[in-house]
Write a protein that binds this ligand. Sequence first.
Ligand SMILES: [Zn+2]
Length: 122
Amino acid sequence: MFELKIITTFAAAHQLKMVAKKCENLHGHNWKIEVCVVGNDLTDAGIVMDFGQLKNMVSEITSKLDHKYLNDLPFFHENNSSSENIAKYIANELSAQLASSHIKVSKVTAWESDDAAATYIC
Ligand SMILES: [Zn+2]
């Protein structure tokens, strides 16, 4: 099996409920997002999929988060806008886009700072 990884970033504001202290205040992060997809098969060109195509798909998803107040988005009405749920949101959206292909999302990691990240493993 092959795994591809792409990295992108977006900036947004959020407010966490029911967590500890200062995270409950409105604040922002520059999230770094790592997206991994897996596939068993290679195309005739010897690739799982085109990196550019994967980057475009992820960019379409993160553009809905970039420079937004995450708590305003419907998904984060029901789910706290934590890095854990951001990773899950991106994994779910990308999985839907890849549903008809042989490629699967394996994991998405959301880095909210240089030393803190949450990974959703599909
Ligand atoms: Zn935060």
